[in-house]
Design a protein around this ligand. Structure first.
Ligand SMILES: Nc1ncnc2c1ncn2[C@@H]1O[C@H](COP(=O)(O)OP(=O)(O)OP(=O)(O)O)[C@@H](O)[C@H]1O
Ligand SMILES: [Mg+2]
Length: 355
Protein backbone atom coordinates (compact mmCIF):
# COMPACT_ATOMS: atom_id res chain seq x y z
CA UNK A 1 0.00 0.00 0.00
CA UNK A 2 1.19 3.51 -0.66
CA UNK A 3 1.40 6.39 1.77
CA UNK A 4 -0.64 9.20 0.35
CA UNK A 5 -2.79 11.83 2.00
CA UNK A 6 -4.21 13.80 -0.90
CA UNK A 7 -7.08 15.18 1.15
CA UNK A 8 -5.04 16.96 3.80
CA UNK A 9 -2.67 18.21 1.09
CA UNK A 10 -5.49 19.66 -0.97
CA UNK A 11 -7.16 21.32 2.01
CA UNK A 12 -3.92 22.95 3.09
CA UNK A 13 -3.13 24.12 -0.42
CA UNK A 14 -6.62 25.38 -1.21
CA UNK A 15 -6.60 27.35 2.05
CA UNK A 16 -3.27 28.91 1.08
CA UNK A 17 -4.53 29.70 -2.40
CA UNK A 18 -7.79 31.23 -1.17
CA UNK A 19 -5.99 33.36 1.38
CA UNK A 20 -3.64 34.82 -1.24
CA UNK A 21 -6.36 35.30 -3.88
CA UNK A 22 -8.54 37.01 -1.26
CA UNK A 23 -5.75 39.43 -0.37
CA UNK A 24 -4.92 40.32 -3.97
CA UNK A 25 -8.52 40.87 -5.09
CA UNK A 26 -9.04 43.18 -2.12
CA UNK A 27 -5.96 45.21 -3.13
CA UNK A 28 -7.15 45.28 -6.73
CA UNK A 29 -10.13 47.38 -5.72
CA UNK A 30 -7.74 50.14 -4.46
CA UNK A 31 -5.42 50.47 -7.44
CA UNK A 32 -5.13 49.28 -11.02
CA UNK A 33 -1.38 48.93 -10.58
CA UNK A 34 -2.06 45.97 -8.30
CA UNK A 35 -3.20 43.84 -11.26
CA UNK A 36 0.52 43.21 -11.85
CA UNK A 37 0.95 42.21 -8.17
CA UNK A 38 -1.98 39.85 -8.41
CA UNK A 39 -0.49 38.20 -11.47
CA UNK A 40 2.82 37.81 -9.64
CA UNK A 41 1.05 36.28 -6.65
CA UNK A 42 -0.90 33.93 -8.91
CA UNK A 43 2.38 32.76 -10.48
CA UNK A 44 3.72 32.09 -6.96
CA UNK A 45 0.56 30.12 -6.15
CA UNK A 46 0.95 28.21 -9.41
CA UNK A 47 4.56 27.33 -8.57
CA UNK A 48 3.53 26.26 -5.04
CA UNK A 49 0.89 24.04 -6.61
CA UNK A 50 3.40 22.50 -9.01
CA UNK A 51 5.84 21.97 -6.14
CA UNK A 52 3.19 20.31 -3.98
CA UNK A 53 1.94 18.25 -6.92
CA UNK A 54 5.50 16.96 -7.25
CA UNK A 55 5.51 16.06 -3.53
CA UNK A 56 2.12 14.39 -3.90
CA UNK A 57 3.34 12.31 -6.85
CA UNK A 58 6.55 11.32 -5.10
CA UNK A 59 4.49 10.31 -2.02
CA UNK A 60 2.10 8.37 -4.23
CA UNK A 61 4.87 6.38 -5.88
CA UNK A 62 6.99 6.22 -2.74
CA UNK A 63 7.80 2.64 -1.95
CA UNK A 64 9.75 3.11 1.26
CA UNK A 65 9.53 5.33 4.31
CA UNK A 66 13.18 4.95 5.22
CA UNK A 67 16.30 3.75 3.48
CA UNK A 68 19.40 2.95 5.54
CA UNK A 69 22.69 2.62 3.67
CA UNK A 70 25.99 1.42 5.08
CA UNK A 71 25.44 2.54 8.65
CA UNK A 72 28.42 2.27 11.00
CA UNK A 73 28.43 3.18 14.66
CA UNK A 74 30.99 2.55 17.38
CA UNK A 75 31.09 3.35 21.09
CA UNK A 76 33.98 3.69 23.48
CA UNK A 77 33.58 0.92 26.05
CA UNK A 78 35.40 -0.64 28.96
CA UNK A 79 37.49 0.48 31.96
CA UNK A 80 40.28 1.52 29.61
CA UNK A 81 37.96 2.89 26.92
CA UNK A 82 38.34 1.21 23.54
CA UNK A 83 36.20 1.76 20.48
CA UNK A 84 33.85 -1.09 19.78
CA UNK A 85 31.98 -1.30 16.50
CA UNK A 86 28.27 -1.86 17.14
CA UNK A 87 26.77 -1.28 13.69
CA UNK A 88 28.93 -2.76 10.96
CA UNK A 89 27.44 -1.58 7.68
CA UNK A 90 23.69 -1.82 8.19
CA UNK A 91 21.57 -1.69 5.03
CA UNK A 92 17.79 -2.01 4.79
CA UNK A 93 14.61 -0.26 3.74
CA UNK A 94 11.26 -0.06 5.49
CA UNK A 95 8.44 -0.33 2.94
CA UNK A 96 5.51 2.05 3.22
CA UNK A 97 2.05 0.92 4.30
CA UNK A 98 3.03 -2.30 6.02
CA UNK A 99 4.31 -3.68 9.31
CA UNK A 100 8.01 -4.44 9.49
CA UNK A 101 9.45 -6.29 12.45
CA UNK A 102 12.99 -5.47 13.57
CA UNK A 103 14.44 -8.55 15.23
CA UNK A 104 17.76 -9.45 16.77
CA UNK A 105 19.25 -10.85 19.95
CA UNK A 106 20.02 -8.60 22.93
CA UNK A 107 22.81 -6.22 21.99
CA UNK A 108 22.48 -6.82 18.22
CA UNK A 109 22.13 -3.05 17.66
CA UNK A 110 18.37 -2.51 17.18
CA UNK A 111 18.02 0.44 19.57
CA UNK A 112 21.23 2.03 18.26
CA UNK A 113 19.85 1.77 14.71
CA UNK A 114 16.46 3.21 15.69
CA UNK A 115 18.11 6.09 17.56
CA UNK A 116 20.29 6.75 14.53
CA UNK A 117 17.18 6.98 12.35
CA UNK A 118 15.82 9.75 14.53
CA UNK A 119 19.04 11.68 14.99
CA UNK A 120 19.29 10.65 18.66
CA UNK A 121 22.54 8.76 18.02
CA UNK A 122 25.15 9.94 15.56
CA UNK A 123 26.44 7.26 13.19
CA UNK A 124 30.14 7.29 12.28
CA UNK A 125 29.15 6.98 8.63
CA UNK A 126 26.30 5.92 6.42
CA UNK A 127 23.23 7.52 4.97
CA UNK A 128 19.62 7.57 6.15
CA UNK A 129 16.86 9.03 3.97
CA UNK A 130 13.11 9.21 4.52
CA UNK A 131 10.02 9.31 2.33
CA UNK A 132 11.76 8.82 -0.98
CA UNK A 133 15.09 10.61 -0.41
CA UNK A 134 14.62 13.28 2.27
CA UNK A 135 17.29 13.89 4.94
CA UNK A 136 16.11 14.12 8.55
CA UNK A 137 14.64 17.56 9.31
CA UNK A 138 11.95 19.01 11.59
CA UNK A 139 9.47 18.59 8.71
CA UNK A 140 10.42 14.90 8.31
CA UNK A 141 10.30 14.37 12.09
CA UNK A 142 6.73 15.69 12.18
CA UNK A 143 5.77 12.74 9.96
CA UNK A 144 7.29 10.19 12.35
CA UNK A 145 6.00 8.80 15.66
CA UNK A 146 8.43 7.20 18.12
CA UNK A 147 8.21 5.10 21.26
CA UNK A 148 11.69 4.81 22.82
CA UNK A 149 12.87 1.64 24.53
CA UNK A 150 13.00 3.43 27.90
CA UNK A 151 10.58 6.34 27.68
CA UNK A 152 10.59 9.02 30.35
CA UNK A 153 7.25 9.79 31.95
CA UNK A 154 6.32 12.90 33.89
CA UNK A 155 5.08 11.24 37.07
CA UNK A 156 2.79 14.00 38.25
CA UNK A 157 0.84 14.32 35.01
CA UNK A 158 -2.31 12.29 34.49
CA UNK A 159 -2.60 10.10 31.38
CA UNK A 160 -4.78 12.70 29.69
CA UNK A 161 -2.48 15.62 30.64
CA UNK A 162 0.53 13.69 29.32
CA UNK A 163 -1.13 13.20 25.93
CA UNK A 164 -2.29 16.82 25.86
CA UNK A 165 1.28 17.95 26.57
CA UNK A 166 2.65 15.99 23.57
CA UNK A 167 -0.39 16.85 21.44
CA UNK A 168 0.16 20.58 21.98
CA UNK A 169 3.84 20.15 21.11
CA UNK A 170 3.39 18.14 17.96
CA UNK A 171 0.02 19.04 16.42
CA UNK A 172 -1.80 22.19 15.35
CA UNK A 173 -5.12 20.79 16.52
CA UNK A 174 -7.58 23.13 18.23
CA UNK A 175 -8.15 22.36 21.92
CA UNK A 176 -11.55 20.70 21.31
CA UNK A 177 -10.20 18.55 18.42
CA UNK A 178 -7.16 17.56 20.47
CA UNK A 179 -9.45 16.53 23.32
CA UNK A 180 -11.42 14.29 20.93
CA UNK A 181 -8.20 12.80 19.53
CA UNK A 182 -6.88 12.10 23.05
CA UNK A 183 -10.15 10.41 24.01
CA UNK A 184 -10.04 8.22 20.89
CA UNK A 185 -6.42 7.23 21.61
CA UNK A 186 -7.10 6.51 25.29
CA UNK A 187 -9.98 4.29 24.16
CA UNK A 188 -7.75 2.61 21.58
CA UNK A 189 -5.11 1.69 24.18
CA UNK A 190 -7.77 0.76 26.74
CA UNK A 191 -6.84 3.48 29.23
CA UNK A 192 -9.99 5.59 29.21
CA UNK A 193 -10.69 4.45 32.77
CA UNK A 194 -7.26 5.74 33.91
CA UNK A 195 -7.31 9.11 32.12
CA UNK A 196 -7.32 11.08 35.43
CA UNK A 197 -4.83 8.85 37.23
CA UNK A 198 -1.29 10.20 37.72
CA UNK A 199 1.37 8.37 35.70
CA UNK A 200 3.27 7.52 38.92
CA UNK A 201 0.34 5.22 39.73
CA UNK A 202 0.33 3.50 36.31
CA UNK A 203 1.62 -0.08 36.03
CA UNK A 204 4.49 -0.86 33.62
CA UNK A 205 2.03 -2.14 31.02
CA UNK A 206 -0.16 0.97 31.37
CA UNK A 207 2.90 3.20 30.89
CA UNK A 208 3.83 1.22 27.80
CA UNK A 209 0.33 1.76 26.37
CA UNK A 210 0.29 5.51 27.10
CA UNK A 211 3.73 5.67 25.46
CA UNK A 212 2.28 4.11 22.30
CA UNK A 213 -0.63 6.60 22.38
CA UNK A 214 1.96 9.41 22.62
CA UNK A 215 3.72 8.06 19.50
CA UNK A 216 0.42 8.24 17.58
CA UNK A 217 -0.90 11.58 18.85
CA UNK A 218 0.11 13.58 15.75
CA UNK A 219 -1.18 10.93 13.31
CA UNK A 220 2.28 10.12 11.87
CA UNK A 221 2.88 8.36 8.54
CA UNK A 222 5.75 6.30 9.91
CA UNK A 223 5.66 4.81 13.41
CA UNK A 224 8.83 3.52 15.07
CA UNK A 225 8.29 1.50 18.24
CA UNK A 226 11.25 0.14 20.21
CA UNK A 227 9.94 -2.93 22.04
CA UNK A 228 6.33 -1.83 22.42
CA UNK A 229 5.29 -5.29 23.69
CA UNK A 230 7.74 -5.23 26.57
CA UNK A 231 6.01 -5.44 29.93
CA UNK A 232 2.56 -6.13 28.49
CA UNK A 233 0.43 -9.08 29.58
CA UNK A 234 -1.26 -11.18 26.83
CA UNK A 235 -4.34 -8.93 26.93
CA UNK A 236 -2.17 -5.81 26.54
CA UNK A 237 -0.23 -7.43 23.71
CA UNK A 238 -3.50 -8.27 21.98
CA UNK A 239 -4.65 -4.62 22.20
CA UNK A 240 -1.31 -3.39 20.96
CA UNK A 241 -1.30 -5.84 18.05
CA UNK A 242 -4.73 -4.52 17.05
CA UNK A 243 -3.46 -0.91 17.20
CA UNK A 244 -0.45 -1.79 15.06
CA UNK A 245 -2.69 -3.57 12.54
CA UNK A 246 -5.16 -0.67 12.40
CA UNK A 247 -2.31 1.81 11.94
CA UNK A 248 -0.98 -0.17 8.97
CA UNK A 249 -4.50 -0.50 7.52
CA UNK A 250 -4.64 3.29 7.42
CA UNK A 251 -1.71 3.19 5.00
CA UNK A 252 1.01 3.97 7.54
CA UNK A 253 4.28 2.13 7.98
CA UNK A 254 5.04 0.56 11.36
CA UNK A 255 8.58 -0.49 12.23
CA UNK A 256 8.89 -2.17 15.60
CA UNK A 257 11.46 -4.20 17.48
CA UNK A 258 10.39 -7.10 19.64
CA UNK A 259 11.55 -10.25 21.33
CA UNK A 260 7.99 -11.67 21.17
CA UNK A 261 8.42 -13.75 18.05
CA UNK A 262 4.93 -15.19 18.04
CA UNK A 263 3.48 -11.67 17.93
CA UNK A 264 6.03 -10.68 15.28
CA UNK A 265 5.08 -13.70 13.14
CA UNK A 266 1.36 -12.86 13.39
CA UNK A 267 1.82 -9.15 12.74
CA UNK A 268 4.74 -8.59 10.41
CA UNK A 269 4.49 -8.96 6.68
CA UNK A 270 8.10 -7.89 6.44
CA UNK A 271 11.20 -8.44 8.58
CA UNK A 272 14.64 -6.99 9.13
CA UNK A 273 16.84 -9.27 11.25
CA UNK A 274 20.04 -7.98 12.76
CA UNK A 275 22.90 -10.10 13.99
CA UNK A 276 25.88 -8.54 15.67
CA UNK A 277 25.50 -5.20 13.91
CA UNK A 278 24.72 -6.57 10.44
CA UNK A 279 21.46 -7.31 8.63
CA UNK A 280 21.22 -11.03 8.03
CA UNK A 281 17.70 -11.08 6.64
CA UNK A 282 15.54 -8.48 4.99
CA UNK A 283 12.33 -9.39 3.24
CA UNK A 284 8.95 -11.02 3.56
CA UNK A 285 8.27 -13.10 6.69
CA UNK A 286 6.61 -15.79 4.57
CA UNK A 287 9.66 -16.06 2.29
CA UNK A 288 11.96 -16.58 5.29
CA UNK A 289 9.76 -19.29 6.78
CA UNK A 290 9.37 -21.07 3.45
CA UNK A 291 13.12 -20.93 2.85
CA UNK A 292 13.64 -22.87 6.08
CA UNK A 293 11.96 -25.90 4.51
CA UNK A 294 8.73 -27.57 5.47
CA UNK A 295 8.25 -30.21 8.03
CA UNK A 296 5.62 -32.87 7.54
CA UNK A 297 3.96 -35.10 10.11
CA UNK A 298 2.66 -38.45 8.84
CA UNK A 299 0.07 -40.11 11.03
CA UNK A 300 -0.37 -43.80 10.11
CA UNK A 301 -1.97 -46.96 11.42
CA UNK A 302 0.42 -49.82 12.05
CA UNK A 303 -1.37 -53.06 13.06
CA UNK A 304 -4.24 -50.95 14.44
CA UNK A 305 -1.91 -48.68 16.43
CA UNK A 306 -1.78 -44.94 15.60
CA UNK A 307 1.79 -43.69 15.11
CA UNK A 308 3.38 -40.42 13.95
CA UNK A 309 6.46 -39.92 11.81
CA UNK A 310 8.13 -36.57 11.14
CA UNK A 311 9.87 -35.72 7.89
CA UNK A 312 12.08 -32.63 7.49
CA UNK A 313 10.85 -31.86 3.96
CA UNK A 314 7.92 -32.64 1.67
CA UNK A 315 10.15 -34.78 -0.59
CA UNK A 316 11.29 -36.91 2.33
CA UNK A 317 7.68 -37.19 3.51
CA UNK A 318 6.78 -38.61 0.08
CA UNK A 319 9.53 -41.24 0.33
CA UNK A 320 8.41 -42.18 3.87
CA UNK A 321 4.76 -42.50 2.74
CA UNK A 322 5.79 -44.87 -0.10
CA UNK A 323 7.87 -46.95 2.33
CA UNK A 324 5.06 -47.11 4.92
CA UNK A 325 2.53 -48.15 2.26
CA UNK A 326 4.84 -50.91 1.02
CA UNK A 327 5.15 -52.18 4.60
CA UNK A 328 1.34 -52.44 4.81
CA UNK A 329 0.67 -49.41 7.01
CA UNK A 330 -2.41 -47.27 6.42
CA UNK A 331 -1.76 -43.56 6.02
CA UNK A 332 -4.17 -41.76 8.30
CA UNK A 333 -3.16 -38.12 7.91
CA UNK A 334 -0.33 -36.04 6.45
CA UNK A 335 0.12 -32.62 8.02
CA UNK A 336 2.33 -29.95 6.56
CA UNK A 337 3.95 -27.94 9.33
CA UNK A 338 5.66 -24.71 8.49
CA UNK A 339 8.69 -23.67 10.48
CA UNK A 340 7.75 -21.07 13.10
CA UNK A 341 9.45 -17.68 13.25
CA UNK A 342 10.90 -18.71 16.59
CA UNK A 343 12.62 -21.74 14.98
CA UNK A 344 13.74 -19.69 11.99
CA UNK A 345 15.08 -16.96 14.29
CA UNK A 346 17.13 -19.43 16.31
CA UNK A 347 18.61 -20.87 13.10
CA UNK A 348 19.29 -17.53 11.40
CA UNK A 349 19.92 -14.99 14.14
CA UNK A 350 21.40 -17.05 16.95
CA UNK A 351 23.02 -20.21 15.59
CA UNK A 352 23.51 -19.54 11.90
CA UNK A 353 26.84 -18.60 10.37
CA UNK A 354 28.10 -15.10 11.10
CA UNK A 355 27.51 -12.71 8.19
N1 LIG B 1 25.68 4.89 24.66
C1 LIG B 1 26.34 3.74 24.60
N2 LIG B 1 27.61 3.65 25.05
C2 LIG B 1 28.29 2.49 24.96
N3 LIG B 1 27.78 1.35 24.46
C3 LIG B 1 26.51 1.38 24.02
C4 LIG B 1 25.73 2.57 24.07
N4 LIG B 1 24.50 2.31 23.53
C5 LIG B 1 24.54 1.00 23.17
N5 LIG B 1 25.72 0.46 23.46
C6 LIG B 1 26.13 -0.93 23.20
O1 LIG B 1 25.77 -1.25 21.89
C7 LIG B 1 25.35 -2.60 21.79
C8 LIG B 1 24.02 -2.64 21.10
O2 LIG B 1 23.06 -2.05 21.95
P1 LIG B 1 21.55 -1.84 21.51
O3 LIG B 1 20.86 -1.22 22.68
O4 LIG B 1 21.50 -1.13 20.22
O5 LIG B 1 21.08 -3.36 21.30
P2 LIG B 1 19.62 -3.93 21.10
O6 LIG B 1 19.64 -4.79 19.89
O7 LIG B 1 18.62 -2.84 21.15
O8 LIG B 1 19.47 -4.87 22.37
P3 LIG B 1 18.17 -5.22 23.27
O9 LIG B 1 17.42 -6.28 22.53
O10 LIG B 1 18.74 -5.73 24.54
O11 LIG B 1 17.38 -3.97 23.47
C9 LIG B 1 25.35 -3.15 23.20
O12 LIG B 1 26.53 -3.89 23.38
C10 LIG B 1 25.36 -1.91 24.07
O13 LIG B 1 26.06 -2.16 25.27
MG1 LIG C 1 17.05 -2.32 22.39
Amino acid sequence: MLVCQPQSFLTEQSEKGLEISGLSSHKLQDSGQLIYEELAIDVVVLFEWIDCLGDLCSNFFMSEVVKVEDLYKSFKKGFIPRRQEILKGVNFTVPSGMITGFLGANGAGKTTTMKSLLGLAFPDRGRITFFGGKEISPEVKRRIGFLPEHPYFYNYLTGEEFLRFYGELSTNLKRADLKLRIEALLKKVDLLHARDKKLKNYSKGMLQKIGVAQALIHDPEFVILDEPMSGLDPDGRYYLAEIIRETAKMGKAVFFSSHHLLDAERLCENLVILRDGRVIYEGKTEALLLSMGHQASIVYLDKGEKKTLSAPSLEEAQTSIDRLRRSGATIFEVRQERVSLEEAFVKVALRGPHP
